[in-house]
Design a binder for this molecule. Structure first.
Ligand SMILES: *Cc1c(COP(=O)(O)O)cnc(C)c1O
Length: 428
């Protein structure tokens, strides 16, 4: 590292010992990072080629208002998504307000009263509990007469094939598979494993519709679940595929007849994809998707970097420093409330926005303990930007993800460590 950079890091608050640990860890990971760059190169070409094939041009950046009829940019963007994800069609809209909303639209477009939804990979993401009606909520699927069943993963993380076979009922209409572990402790599923699971399910019941919650997984591998048999994949634009630029939005990609139903559910029967003004967001959505493979690669490097640093310092990390990755979330067991708070303070202090504020633990709806969150993001709540949070209860696990650039992710992690060092919570 050059002297000027070292001096700047010190001016920004890093001690020589923390800077050196960062250097050593980075060098140790160089071969692995090279492979991540190669994958990003492949995914970048995949997106570029789709944009070339769809003849994206400046006219597609025009805005529409009102009904949004004949919005060629919006329609072309959806074609680009469909091509990249290997699907027949896609719905990519600002009117899909977040990932949970996109998942709800996809579920309620397909399921009818009397149908059953099956999760063969255990409990879904927290917000889905109210969508499905696992936790009571007005307007849940349960209120509309749709039942739900789940089969846990086996203790070693493998699929409970016998349990899944038994759980498939005549009225099982749809299967939901969450790719990322989210904030759970099970392993994240690789695209290969999702493919095996879908193959197994379709052998029992070829007509069951398999949806994958793809949040945090896009561009981490060279293929998406839609390329190994998923009928629909769903995600949020303020995570990986928005590339950090999309200010809002969600997507659903999959088989044409299913996407048509999703569009009817999102807007209205009879209207479908025809309406939905793009409100000036087309260019940002195209550009964000174009950037997404490289942004995701940076976030992935930051997660691996953190796993290796904190593992070396004796903390439990999930996933560990050496395993292959299938999403961008990293968990670190910090073992004390002081360490969790210090970590989040460091992430916040490293942010480009709101770096001068200090995060505080607070009661949050849906949690039984206080939660601390650090996010100094350009887009509110964006988790492709560097962000961290954790509930204040043992083992004081921080979940963190994102980083629009690898340089920023790396600095954020070192600042988090520095705060812990400054408070005497760890020695480097
Ligand atoms: C983030 C996330 C969601 C929900 O997305 P929101 O945009 O927060 O509503 C659903 N599933 C998984 C696995 C996620 O990571």
């Amino acid at each position: 590292m050059g002297d000027t950079l070292r001096a700047l890091y010190q001016q920004m608050g890093l001690s020589p010992a923390v800077i050196d640990l960062g250097e050593r860890t980075g060098e140790k990971l160089s071969e692995r990072f090279r492979r991540i760059d190669r994958r990003a190169e492949y995914n970048q070409m995949k997106v570029l080629q789709a944009m070339r094939e769809c003849r994206v041009n400046a006219g597609h950046f025009a805005s529409s208002t009102g009904y949004g009829y004949n919005d060629d940019g919006r329609d072309t963007l959806e074609q680009v998504y469909a091509k990249v994800f290997g699907c027949e069609d896609a719905l990519v809209r600002a009117q899909l307000t977040c990932g949970t909303h996109a998942l709800h639209v996809a579920l309620s477009a397909i399921l009818r009263p009397g149908d059953e939804l099956l999760s063969p990979v255990g409990k879904p993401y927290d917000t889905l509990e109210e969508v499905i009606g696992i936790r009571e909520s007005a307007c849940s699927l349960k209120e509309f007469g749709i039942s739900y069943r789940q089969v846990e993963l086996l203790p070693d993380g493998s699929f409970d094939c016998e349990g899944i076979r038994q759980a498939m009922r005549p009225n099982t209409r749809m299967v939901t598979i969450q790719r990322s572990k989210g904030y759970d402790s099970r392993p994240t599923l690789s695209v290969d494993r999702i493919g095996e699971l879908i193959h197994f399910i379709k052998e029992i019941r070829p007509d069951v519709i398999c949806m994958v919650d793809n949040c945090y997984g896009e561009f981490v591998e060279e293929r998406e679940p839609s390329q190994v048999g998923a009928d629909m994949i769903v995600g949020s634009l303020i995570k990986n595929p928005g590339g950090g630029l999309a200010p809002v939005g969600g997507y659903i990609a999959g088989r044409k007849e299913l996407i048509e139903k999703c569009a009817y559910r999102l807007t209205s029967p009879g209207l479908g994809k025809e309406v939905g003004a793009s409100l000036g967001l087309n260019q940002t959505f195209f550009q964000g998707f174009f950037m997404a493979p490289v942004v995701t690669a940076g976030a992935l490097k930051a997660a691996i970097f953190a796993a290796n640093i904190f593992e070396e310092l004796g903390f439990g990390v999930i996933p560990d420093g050496s395993v292959s990755r299938h999403d961008i979330i990293q968990a670190v067991e910090l073992k004390s409330p002081e360490a969790l708070i210090a970590f989040c303070e460091g992430i916040q202090a490293a942010a480009p926005v709101d770096s001068y504020v200090s995060p505080e633990p607070w009661a949050m709806p849906g949690y039984d303990s206080d939660v601390i969150m650090a996010a100094g993001a350009f887009v509110q709540g964006s988790s492709i930007e560097l962000s961290a949070d954790g509930p204040l209860r043992p083992p004081y696990t921080v979940f963190f993800q994102g980083g629009l650039t690898w340089n920023h992710g790396r600095f954020g992690i070192l600042m988090a460590l520095q705060r812990m060092v400054d408070k005497g919570l760890v020695d480097v």
